[in-house]
Design a protein around this ligand. Structure first.
Ligand code: C2E
Ligand code: CA
Ligand code: CA
Length: 849
């Protein structure tokens, strides 16, 4: 309680006691009443009436406090009629004490200080009325006249003004509100009752004049009137409460828990006319408290347990929605009014509405978070948090679109060498640490406006659209064609002075990336190979740039250098080339453009079929029949390769499935491109196709060339291991032409070696060619692999190969490639002829000559 309130209370008490005492001591002038009641009894009756008037009270909420309406004025009027005015303060004091005694006995809670103040306010009011009565010469016991009634009313008014005035001042002091704000609501409630009070008082006096005993009947009447009025007041209050309730709950909708809790606390403050409201919200991170009070709002402080305040009463309710405890609402009232809090039902309903709103906010918050998360995940690589390939293409295209058509843009592709080694030696967790470390370095090296992404496994991409990057390289145009300029590894000679800035930048980044990095406490350095693609913004979209940079990167690898720039000439990506690829996309869907020619290989001794090679043809609707040489290279360098290979495998296996059903257990051979072996998805796709066509794995022979085998051995090994695990056969195509055939076959087990047709062609004139074939046959024997001679066109060649010990042969001498519908017939013929004559020169198809 504030000091001002205490001082006020003390002064009112002093005034009351003094006036009561002084009043008793003052001489009584004039005659006493005529009704013959003894003075002491009249004194007691007045005290009793005062007590009754106080007990029958209606409390009405005014701002944060409440105002009581009582029958004090009626009691006062009767008192002025029955007793000399100077005795009235003492009789009122006695009545107040009586009333408070009854209330305490009935265990109606009331703070003592409050009760004493209320009592002394009454006495002060009575004193004011007495002084006025004495001043205007009002004498007790006189017959009721109109002038007398006016005098009495004036005295009652003095009483009203003082008692209500004191209550209003107390409220205003306590809640620091202007008196004017409180006066009108208090008077609005009081005035009708004041009028009733005066009427009842005057009526009682009239009754007493007839016979004081009639007073007994006045009391029940009064009781009835009192209840009726009390009900009206409460109805009004209820109506007001529910209107405020609707407004407060309507305001509870909010985007998040904080908004809802804030609205909830503010709404409750108004709704309950409380002194302070706290809303505790339980969250994953702990409980937050939102406090609203008359001084403003304190948001989200952790709750503190305060010592209980004797001047304050607390009503609390748990906030529960969908059986989840979401927190608590705590409504504080001043002790003086808290006792009158009748709105527990409203608090309960309000708590439910608040809990529901909090629950909804939590759910919508979760939905919002999940959506954001999903959007984020779709565009980011989970390991490094960098942009992923899909997002790079989209964002890169957008960035390119914002540039001038001729503004240069560069894509740098960084491929981490031997990541698989790290994974194998130290575990995948170490590989992840390494990748994250590299990603961090790249992030630090990227400049504002550049786009950094992790493409897949071990490749990062950096798109440079900033003016100082590629544009600078324009000032010193790189020589055409732009090809590899990096010095050979391992010795890192200083870069040539004429090196274009973009390549210098690429080299700097590559060098920074290959500095040792702590991986699980082991300093580790990796090398990166960089592919660079530079062209005007409008020249190529992101997908094409990625392809170009990859192309350059592979070139760097195969040339064993660190950095290569994309070279359009080497890629032969001419306009025609690009349109060819667009047409290939259509052909892959069209189903009747890409067809297989099938060419058997036969046992050189018996002529029985040992296998059938699938050779792709493109019956182009505009260009006519195209052979692999016309388009396979373009496809190999595009992102269509995987689909193309899948298409060929599908066709080949479906044919093989057909001849198997006819009882022909002949393997089918399919040519793979070097780049197929860099695609880790290949084994899975091959496995799926074998199952789809019910072809046992050992009846599929995959022909691979060794050109790819030297770089990126980790990925190639992985793919080859995967294929071997399936049980398919591997054949080394064009054997003898690669520069490291031997090292390849010692590393990768193969089931077949295909002697390149150049050796077969040259065999007759070249001892070297014959030597190669002989060595190959010998190697095949050692490795337990079949040896198939390609391009056998004549009977002489066939005879020579037999004498060299070669197992089988393939070529026009035996049969030309045939279409799918002829192959079963051809295989049957070959098989049957072989069965008829064990060693016969075979002519199943026309001679090549
Ligand atoms: P390859 O694997 O060396 O295929 C053998 C090639 O020699 C075929 O040419 C075939 O028609 C031809 N040939 C067969 N017998 C003789 C002969 O007695 N004399 C001569 N001079 N040639 C003969 P084709 O069909 O034009 O294929 C060329 C190359 O295209 C193939 O060489 C192969 O590397 C590639 N290829 C063919 N089909 C596919 C495919 O589906 N995918 C991939 N990636 N490459 C394919
Ligand atoms: Ca082949
Ligand atoms: Ca070949």
């Amino acid at each position: 309680m504030t000091r001002a309130v205490r001082t006020l209370h003390a002064s009112v008490l002093a005034v009351a006691l003094t006036s009561a005492l002084v009043g008793l001591l003052l001489p009584v002038s004039g005659p006493s009443t005529a009704d013959g009641l003894p003075t002491w009894l009249r004194w007691i009756v007045v005290a009793g009436l005062v007590a009754c008037g106080q007990l029958a009270r209606v409390r009405v909420q005014v701002a944060t406090g409440s105002v009581s309406v009582t029958w004090g004025e009626a009691a006062l009027l009767v008192g002025l009629h029955l007793l000399p005015a100077q005795w009235l303060p003492a009789a009122t004091a006695a009545g107040a004490v009586l009333a408070w005694t009854v209330l305490s006995a009935g265990r109606v809670h009331r703070a003592t200080a409050e009760a004493v103040h209320a009592g002394s306010s009454l006495v002060a009011g009575a004193t004011a009325a007495s002084v006025l009565a004495l001043a205007i010469g009002l004498t007790p016991g006189t017959a009721l006249t109109f002038a007398g009634a006016l005098q009495l009313t004036a005295a009652a008014l003095a009483y009203l003004v003082v008692s209500v005035g004191l209550a209003v001042i107390t409220l205003a002091l306590r809640h620091e509100l202007p008196i004017a704000v409180l006066s009108w609501p208090a008077l609005r409630v009081k005035l009708p009752l004041f009028a009733g009070n005066v009427l009842v008082g005057l009526a009682s006096i009239a009754v007493i004049e007839v016979d004081a005993r009639w007073l007994v009947f006045i009391l029940p009447t009064l009781w009835f009137v009192h209840n009726a009025y009390g009900h009206r007041l409460r109805d009004e209050e209820n109506k007001r409460t529910w209107i405020t309730f609707a407004a407060a709950t309507g305001a509870l909708d909010g985007p998040d828990q904080q908004a809802v809790a804030t609205a909830g606390a503010e709404g409750a403050l108004d709704l309950f006319g409380a002194e302070r409201v706290e809303v505790d919200v339980v969250t994953a991170g702990g409980t937050n408290r939102y406090t609203a009070d008359r001084n403003g709002l304190v948001v989200a402080a952790p709750p503190v347990t305060e010592p209980s305040d004797p001047d304050s009463v607390l009503f609390a309710r748990s906030l529960i929605a969908a059986e989840r405890d979401l927190g608590e609402i705590r409504v504080h009232f001043p002790a003086s009014t808290g006792a009158a809090f009748r709105n527990e039902a409203v608090l309960s309903a309000y708590g439910d509405a608040l809990a529901l709103a909090l629950g909804n906010a939590a759910i919508s918050g979760q939905v919002h978070d999940l959506t954001e998360q999903a959007v984020y995940q779709a565009a980011h690589d989970p390991l490094t948090e960098l942009t992923n390939r899909v997002a790079l293409l989209a964002e890169g295209d957008q960035a390119l679109g914002e540039l001038d058509r001729d503004a240069p843009a560069a894509l740098l592709l960084f491929d981490v060498d031997r990541l698989k080694r790290v994974n194998e030696a130290m575990g995948h967790a170490a590989g992840d640490v390494l990748l994250r470390g590299l990603a961090e370095r790249l992030l630090a090296l990227a400049r504002p406006g550049e786009l950094l992404a992790r493409l897949d496994g071990d490749a990062f991409a950096l798109l440079l659209t900033a003016a100082d990057g590629p544009r600078a390289s324009r000032a010193t145009p790189p020589p055409r064609p732009m090809i590899a300029v990096a010095p050979e590894r391992p010795q890192e000679a200083p870069p040539a002075p004429a090196e274009p800035p973009i390549l210098r930048r690429a080299r700097q980044i590559a060098q920074r990336l290959s500095e040792p990095l702590d991986v699980c406490d082991v300093p580790m350095s990796v090398e990166v190979t960089v592919g660079v693609a530079v062209s005007p913004a409008a020249a190529a979209d992101m997908a094409e740039r990625v392809r170009q940079a990859e192309h350059a990167m592979y070139r760097a690898k195969s040339a064993n250098i660190r950095i290569a720039a994309y070279d359009g000439a080497a890629d032969s990506t001419t306009v025609d080339h690009l349109s060819l690829l667009a047409e290939m996309r259509t052909a892959l869907v069209a189903d009747d453009q890409l067809v297989l020619d099938l060419q058997p290989a036969v046992d050189l001794a018996t002529g029985a079929p040992t296998g059938v090679e699938a050779l792709i043809r493109w019956e182009h609707p505009r260009r006519g029949l195209l052979t692999p040489v016309d388009f396979v290279r373009a496809v190999e360098e595009s992102e269509l390769l995987a689909r193309f290979t899948g298409y060929v495998l599908d066709q080949a296996l479906s044919t093989a499935g057909e001849w198997r059903v006819q009882g022909l257990d002949v393997p089918i051979s399919v040519n793979l491109s070097a780049r197929n072996l860099l695609d880790p998805r290949l084994p899975g796709e091959v496995g799926a196709l074998l199952r789809r066509h019910h072809v046992p794995a050992h009846l599929l022979v995959l022909e691979i060339t060794e050109t790819v085998a030297m770089s990126r051995t980790d990925v190639v090994d992985e793919v080859i291991d995967g294929l071997r695990d399936l049980g398919v056969q591997l054949s080394l195509d064009d054997f003898g032409t690669g520069f490291s055939s031997l090292s390849f076959v010692t590393r990768i087990p193969v089931d077949e070696l295909k002697v390149d047709r150049s050796f077969v062609r040259d065999m007759a004139d070249s001892a070297r060619a014959t030597a190669v074939i002989r060595a190959t046959v010998e190697l095949g024997r050692r490795l337990n692999a079949r040896v198939v001679a390609e391009g056998v066109e004549t009977a002489d060649q066939r005879a020579a190969l037999v004498s060299l010990g070669c197992d089988s042969g393939q070529g026009y001498h035996f049969c030309r490639p045939v279409r799918r519908d002829k192959i079963i017939m051809l295989l049957r013929t070959l098989r049957d002829s072989a069965a008829r004559a064990t060693v016969v020169p075979l002519r199943a198809a026309d001679d090549a000559s």
